[in-house]
Design a protein around this ligand. Sequence first.
Ligand code: URA
Length: 436
Amino acid sequence: MRALDLIRKKRDSAELSSEEIHFLISGYTRAEIPDYQMAAWLMATWIRGMGRAERAALTEAMLHSGQILDLSSIPGRKVDKHSTGGVGDKTSLILAPIVAAGGLTVPMISGRGLGHTGGTLDKLECIPGFNVNLNLEEFIRVLRECGMGLIGQTTEIAPADKKIYALRDATSTVENIGLICASIMSKKLAEGIDALVLDVKTGSGAFMKSEEDSVRLAEVMVETGERMGKKMVALITDMNQPLGRMAGHANEVIECIDVLNGGGPADLRELSLELSAWMFYLGERTKSVDEGRKLSAEIIATGKAREKFKQGIRLQGGDERVVENPALLPKATSHVDVTSSAAGFITAIDCEALGKALATLGGGREKKEDSIDHAVGLEFHKRIGDRVEKEGSLATIHYNSGTKLAEAKARIAGSYQIGEAAPREKLPLIRRILGA
Ligand code: URA
């Protein structure tokens, strides 16, 4: 078999066999197939799409590129949550401590920023000392000790996704149902979990812009997990505007700490309680989702979630003092407001453009090797339906370098649509629930 022939086959719209897909994935993981051939295959696949059998073969090949964790030595249920990604989408840092404090184990293998969306690993790395690169032995030790662990794909677990994820990010091959399903499910199935809650985003800041595509993605992932014997649920949630008030690494961590302290913006708090409630329910810690919601709220109110977050940070080498003193996180040197050119009501937001503006300022990558500026960020002052005055502030940019500031400002200003009246209908945060 030759990678060259398989690229041509996909380019010409044919289906690849399971054997061919395994050849590509194992060859690329072992560095026998170079980046440029994998990139060409990814683009051909993005354009031509994948059939059901191809999707299943890809997920399986990526899952078996590494080990599948055996967490049977840790008592109790293991559950996780994964989001398909959005702007200001930061719930992992809130859910892991809530659910671990509630007695379940959360072995979370996460990703870095992808496209215009932020990544959990990059957010965690702005906590001084935090190590997302634990080896398997260390990861299991941390999980046993505190019930939560957050790491990236490693050379031992989901190594194919580790490489392909970074390559997709740099080759505009992210927004594809088969590739997203294989990426997410290969990581999650390798975690040795009993149950998985999926947060499938829909709208202008999501990879799937229409609800129909989001539902399709959710169905494919739920089916893949159930086939592997996992309890699954997918919540289709709104991403037509940023989640919470903050985007960017350090200021998202601060917003998570606010929620763990019992505050934070209403939408972020609502979604965090809903997702953790489902984790408790699928993990058989509570008899209903409603009971799960109450348990989550209680764990926050009693300070147990905040203490668990501190323990998790400490065990992964980070400076837990950031929880009491967020000033220890990276801070941008300057800030400037983006103002509205007209008075009226916010009728729509191009949320992807906001994510791109943040990347322009150094908060995202253009190439695999790029480093991230953890201190830059956006603070949003207006949501859809809000009134804004002419010259009123829409958002504040926190930045370090002014080089691309004008470009970022223009992108942000251009992403808000302002009309004479507020939209009649308020879009619900949680649109639909599938599976379970
Ligand atoms: N999250 C992932 O882990 N992979 C994707 O492809 C998209 C979101």
